[in-house]
Design a protein around this ligand. Structure first.
Ligand code: AMP
Ligand code: GLY
Length: 430
């Protein structure tokens, strides 16, 4: 069976790499892909957004001519634009939720309401559509808050504030200066929680769920968790921050009730449900939902996954079959750590087009996988074309070994201005 993967980040490279290991998998196409995915399959020039009928028709035409048995949609933008719905109408098999399900990520205010209706534990929050009202609220609020753009902002629309002044500035940037465009028309002001964070991803077939191994992302750009939020600077799995009991509790009190609440709204959710949680002294609380695999969490998860990803995705892509119960995924018992090498300046502005060297030497290291994100081929040279450029995953007997190996591999990969966080996992190592 041939597969089309929509997207071109580290997540899509890792998904394609893992899918390719399935016995059932034929050729993999990526739209648009990157320099790394070109070595797993073939990159194709298909428009994927904004999602229009023409975009869907062109993808369907391509799929028919290339015998595509499954379309895997990686990123949130096409999902929230309704690409899965449109492709399903055109009789394609798709992995990824419909537009109504993707709203869980695309509209944080709606997600908050849904969580409240289902009594899912989450941070207390107020929603604002009026900047003056939001400014008044944060000025008068005594305890620290987090200000979030309600729409999609590439993981950067969240500002964790220490005081009222910072919160006012955040509201100003999001609502008045419109730094994230219409994603900031509505703002959520949330109580600031404390605790370890954990990413829990589950495959869903519309009825059954299969919870993947827990992982921990590192969102802030600077070592020691400092500086602005990014799309994710590194992640590792499994994480010792939660025990089996807490994982079961999260399944029972967060994932299942959320899927039930969606069903009450008429949404049968199939694809990946990602819960970003904080383990607070009062128990786990949801910070956000995503409607897709996390990036970079996906990369170390794929390296540890031993089962057949294609079979699992197919089980989640046939409405009404609910095939996930038959899927058996196993996991490498070692720890996988992913470190992301970024362009100088990220998550602010940065320059593209920097030649990258050392990719082969890094990939030749034992138990190291190199997944491309913001790269493209320029002739036969690989150059940068994004903020997060390369994600390196290393396996080790423990987190320290895996992290040190991933850092060493990142050091072999060089491009002007490139930088990493060397402290991935330190929250549990020190
Ligand atoms: P989100 O995109 O909503 O997950 O937010 C990005 C990051 O901001 C999270 O990974 C947390 O580190 C932080 N964050 C979000 N909400 C809160 C909160 N209520 N309290 C403390 N930190 C938060
Ligand atoms: N790593 C966080 C995200 O994918 O949103």
């Amino acid at each position: 069976m041939n597969v089309l993967v929509i997207g071109g980040g580290g997540r899509e490279h890792a998904l394609g790499w893992k899918l390719k290991q399935s016995k059932q998998c034929g050729k993999i196409y990526f739209a648009p892909g990157n320099a790394g995915t070109a070595a797993v399959g073939e990159n194709v020039d298909l428009a994927i957004e904004p999602v229009t009928q023409k975009v869907a028709d062109d993808i369907a035409y391509f799929a028919r001519h290339h015998k595509i048995g499954l379309v895997v949609i990686g990123p949130e933008d096409p999902l929230s634009g309704g690409l899965a719905d449109k492709l399903r109408v055109l009789d394609l098999r798709v992995f990824g939720p419909n537009q109504a399900g993707a709203r869980l990520e695309a509209d944080k205010a709606w997600a908050k309401k849904l969580m409240r209706s289902a009594a899912v534990p989450t941070a207390e929050a107020q929603t604002f559509t009026d900047a003056q009202a939001a400014l008044r609220y944060v000025r008068e609020h005594e305890t620290p808050v987090v200000v979030k753009a309600a729409g999609l902002a590439k993981g950067k629309g969240v500002v964790v504030c220490d005081d009222a002044e910072q919160a006012e500035r955040a509201v100003q940037r999001i609502m008045v200066d419109r730094e994230f465009g219409e994603a900031g028309d509505t703002v959520i002001v949330e109580e600031r929680l404390t605790g370890q964070e954990v990413s829990i991803l589950a495959l869903c077939d519309g009825r059954n769920i299969y919870v993947l191994e827990p992982s921990q992302d590192h969102k802030q750009v600077g070592e020691g968790d400092t500086g602005p939020n990014t799309g994710g600077m590194g992640a590792y799995t499994p994480t010792p921050v939660l025990d089996e009991k807490t994982l079961v509790l999260i399944e029972r009190e967060v994932l299942v009730p959320t899927l039930d609440a969606l069903r009450r709204e008429g949404v049968e959710y199939a694809g990946v449900l990602y819960a970003g949680l904080m383990l607070t002294p009062g128990g786990p609380k949801v910070l956000e939902f995503n409607c897709r695999f996390g990036d970079p969490e996906c990369q170390p998860l794929m390296v540890r996954m031993k089962g057949d990803l294609l079979a699992a995705m197919l089980a989640c892509s046939e409405p009404g079959r609910y095939g996930l119960g038959d899927v058996d995924l196993r996991w490498d018992q070692r720890v996988a750590c992913c470190v992301v090498k970024c362009s100088g300046g990220y998550p602010g502005s940065y320059e593209n087009g920097k030649p990258i060297t050392g990719l082969d030497s890094a990939a030749q290291m034992e138990d190291v996988s190199v997944f491309h994100a913001g790269t493209k081929l320029n002739g036969d040279r690989v150059v940068t074309t994004g903020g997060r450029v390369i994600s390196v995953v290393a396996l080790g007997k423990d987190l320290r070994e895996a992290r040190d190996k991933a850092n060493a591999a990142c050091d072999l990969i060089q491009f002007e201005g490139g930088f990493i966080r060397r402290d991935i996992g330190d929250r549990v190592l020190t």
